[in-house]
Design a binder for this molecule. Structure first.
Ligand code: NDP
Length: 477
């Protein structure tokens, strides 16, 4: 099998590779991907630094054309790239193709943003003086991404970084290098000058750590676990560097007595179990008022009985495998913890055998959980959801906010009063009414509060806040 290499200073390099394994079928090797060393990573950073002056002054038409071409190719290859994504990460094909389409939309959006770069001209407080406010690129941006969105997260970091004139050193998660390699290849062929985008695949402890330790990165944008996020923050403060973190969630979905039961069940099933629950916006706490509690639990349990767990590429599958053995162990450990804590295992909880060797787990529902239990406070990152019974809306809102995290929060209700109050009083960065907590648009801000996020929002025009720095220039004519 050919080794997919790293891209450093415009050259494909690297001879030692690591296998990318399909979690639906561990006998299926998706590809072999090069492992960057500390030296490779330093060279990539040096290449990005050398490329910055020219790229930061490049014309907007050049940036527009490259991003646009990239979007077109991703979209034209959405079936093939969707299959690659589903093979390496395990989400079902429809979700894989959906994510690839979203990546194409993101590149298209930022192709447009390149043509809309603007500043402000204001009169000074002092007569005869003009003030110009402009946005300039930061410099070399380090991009570190997780495994759960192998193409969308790289896209929503790389596209704005390049659009605003930065150069990039990109380290994808080791578990899923395939889609990252594919978009870097597309961008390279679309005409990016040498060194503007560098790909360094390999473990976080080597490649990621070398990036954190480098004084030459002007910014790091990171998505992943809270633990690694804290390391990014500490190293960035040390180097006086701008940083942006998107980390975990323990997203609540409140279901009120007046909810449309069907809407509530669909939203909860989607948020909690689709994409195998491996979304930072997944809802893993269902906070349900007494009057609807039993009907809701019954209807959700019936729904779970219809969910087919299996190989991500099989058309009948609704939920694919867990991403790897380590994550599966984390999920089953939390199921044991939930049982020991006294929650009632209402559905699932067991591993599932299929024709192929894979990491299949039943959708798992706990009831009679409390908000103090570990399964309600810690991010599990699998298809494991708890139902917590509450008396009324006020208790539900207080419990929804009683979490260290604050990424996404949902409410199922037909009451305008409660929907409006929840939107205003939820301590989450994103609020969903009668919708799953997961599933967001590409052109509007994405991000959370508290331990979920740090720094400016990602996506849409708000991305400019992180990927540019503001300059204020005064001129006396
Ligand atoms: P990590 O935080 O370990 O990984 C995220 C990225 O950081 C990966 O590219 C990883 O590299 C890299 N990394 C790891 N160590 C370092 C380091 N010392 N310096 C720089 N970069 C580093 O998350 P995991 O992927 O291991 O997932 C663990 C848990 O994180 C999950 O179970 C889940 O709870 C949570 N998570 C949350 C996500 C979210 O979107 N909120 C997304 C993914 C995970 P590599 O993996 O290649 O070694």
């Amino acid at each position: 099998m050919t080794i997919r290499q790293n891209l450093i200073a415009g050259e494909w390099v690297g001879s030692n590779g690591s296998e990318n394994i399909n979690p639906s079928d561990t006998k299926d090797v998706v590809g072999i991907y090069a492992q960057a060393t500390t030296d490779d990573t330093r060279q990539a950073i040096a290449a990005a630094k050398a490329a910055f002056p020219a790229w930061s002054r490049s014309g907007i038409l050049e940036r527009h054309a490259i991003l646009r071409k990239t979007s077109d190719e991703i979209l034209a290859r959405k079936q093939e790239l969707g299959e690659l994504l589903s093979r390496e990460e395990g989400k079902i094909l429809a979700e894989g193709i959906g994510e690839v389409t979203r990546a194409a939309q993101i590149f298209d959006f930022f192709a447009g943003e390149a043509l809309r770069l603007a500043g402000e001209v204001l009169p000074s407080a002092r007569p005869g003086i003009g003030v110009e406010i402009t946005r300039e690129p930061l410099g070399v941006i380090g991009i570190i991404t997780p495994w759960n969105f192998p193409i969308a997260i790289p896209a929503w970091k790389i596209a704005p970084a390049l659009c605003y004139g930065n150069t990039v050193v990109f380290k994808p998660a080791e578990l899923v290098p395939g889609c990252s390699w594919a978009i870097v290849d597309i961008l390279h062929r679309a005409g990016l000058p040498k060194g503007v985008l560098n790909l360094v695949m390999g473990p976080g402890s080597v490649v990621g750590q070398t990036m954190l330790d480098s004084p030459d990165l002007a910014g790091i944008t990171f998505t992943g676990s809270t633990g690694t996020g804290k390391r990014v923050a500490a190293a960035s403060i040390e180097h006086n560097r701008k940083f942006q973190l998107e980390m975990g969630g323990k997203n609540p979905m409140v279901v009120l007595d007046d909810a449309d039961l069907k809407v509530a069940v669909e939203a909860a099933a989607n948020s909690g179990f689709f994409s195998t629950g491996q979304r930072c916006t997944a809802s893993s706490r269902l906070i349900v008022t007494e009057g609807i509690h039993d009907r809701f639990v019954d209807a959700l349990t019936e729904k779970l009985k219809t969910i087919q767990v299996g190989h991500a590429l099989k058309p009948e599958t609704h939920v694919g495998p867990v991403v790897d053995a380590r994550q599966l162990k984390q999920d089953t450990d939390y199921i044991d913890i939930g049982v020991k804590e006294g929650a009632k295992l209402a559905f699932g909880g067991e591993r599932v055998e299929r024709d192929t060797p894979g990491f299949f787990l039943q959708p798992t529902l706990f009831t009679e959980a409390t908000n103090a239990m570990r399964i309600s406070r810690e991010e599990i990152f699998g298809p494991v959801v708890s139902v917590i019974r509450v008396k009324n809306y006020d208790e539900a809102l207080a419990m929804a906010n009683d979490t260290p995290f604050g990424l996404s929060a949902g409410i199922a209700t037909t009451s305008l009063k409660y929907a409006t109050h929840f939107k205003r009083n939820s301590e989450a960065g994103m609020v969903m009414v009668n919708l799953p907590t997961a599933g967001v648009d590409f052109h509007v801000p994405f991000g959370g509060r508290k331990a979920s996020s740090f720094g400016p929002r990602e996506q849409g025009k708000y991305a400019a806040e992180f990927f540019t720095v503001v300059k204020t220039a005064y001129t006396q004519a």
